[in-house]
Design a protein around this ligand. Sequence first.
Ligand code: BG6
Length: 514
Amino acid sequence: MTLTAEPVRRARRKAAHGPEPAGPCVLAIFGITGDLTRRLLLPALYNLERHKLLPSHFAIAGFALSDMNEAQLRESFEEELKQHLGGDADKTLIHSLVSRIGFVLADFESEAGWRQFHQILSGFDRDFHTGGNYLFYMATAPQFFLPLMKRVAAEGLLNESEGHWRRVIIEKPFGHDLASARALNRELLTVIGEGQIYRIDHYLGKETVQNILVFRFANGIFEPIWNRRYIDHVQITVAEVVGVERRGPYYDQTGALRDMIPNHLVQLLALTAMEPPASFSATALQNEQVKVLESVPPINPEECSSCVVRAQYTRGSLGEVVVAGYREEPLVDRDSETETYVALKTMVDNWRWAGVPFYLRTGKRLRRRNTEIAIQFRNPPLALFRRSGSSLPQPNRLVIGIQPQENMRLEFECKVPGPLIETTEVDMHFDYGEYFGIETRTGYETLLYDAMIGDASLFKRADMIEGGWAIIQPILNAWESGRGGDLYEYSAGTDGPNAADELMWHDHRRWRPV
Ligand code: BG6
């Protein structure tokens, strides 16, 4: 892949004359009957179509087992989409989108199913002029990723040699640990080129996450202070109110560490800590992120219990509502030792960040939904106002609100009006919704559109995936060998376990409230 051949992120093009619709293609979704298609992919396609970004020559092929027949499925997709999008939804658009789906309702091993799949694809090329360009989407359980890709390759559907492109979007979880992620990458690359694989992390589809890059590299004033000289530490929080919902069997085998840290939280860390890329091409952006991952020193298994805290929620209340503890959740082992919360301290050992801790925490059934990155700056060198009678000034903080609040806040000290020198903390605030208006998006719009136009900058390369797993592998090892410390408890509806606070107190710091 050459740098010049790569699309450079759309931001520039957008500013010039607005994005154009993607070129002709078929989106082929394996596992089309699942929640992902209903809750995220179809609404995202609807939003793209509404903004005239879907190709004018476009169709959807779906391959999955189902109890319903084709007509019933179409009807249920249409109904759900209407419900999801609310009263203002454009019903004609919904109908036209759903009527462009061709279904293969069969087992992935079914020979007849594959014959029908070929017929659907070539029928679309003929009737919708989709040009033989296929974007395959692996929306299945992870154990199907590899066998399916091998089958798609064996069917000759990954072959790009005839003037058309073939690409594959692969969902998470990409592997279960470092070894399995490496093996999956290795095996995939025997049947498909790296340039054809789009490994998804839906966090990269969020506007506020993409804005970290713009905020850092399109403004001159932050970069000079974005380093160990001015920054005391960074806190990255992904707090969720939801429990495990209907995903008990998956989650109980996975836990908070695997589910969230090597992908979403490490992604936020990489964007916060990376160096400015040489350009906005996918390769340049990904190279800089990989350098960050490589600079994270492995956690020493002996020290794991002092820098990593894991915990599980017990019965508690969210407002007035009493909610079950994790072990009482449906399809969860009653003696489960799976963590639903994890907090850890890590470092980025390079010239910019040496000595600056990055604290990461995530948990389910916490008091509030809140994803944010808080950059805490160093205290002023002299406590000049200590004698003024007011409390000690708070350090400055820049808080990047990712969700549900999409904002940026700069917290600083200010003089309270009056004859005395009294200080108080205030903030300057930028709110996305207030400024740009609120628009319902799933986060998958950008990712689907980018994969259709061949822009991989918001996707993960093999080394990024492996870099994320490499960071948590020593923790997994320590836990497995019984050296990882206790599994603590926290009541649902709280900020998490006390042990996480102790991790901070040990460093004379404290978490921001969830
Ligand atoms: C998924 C995890 O990747 O991300 C879920 O598997 C989690 O457990 C979800 O709830 C969080 O995503 P978001 O966009 O709601 O922060």
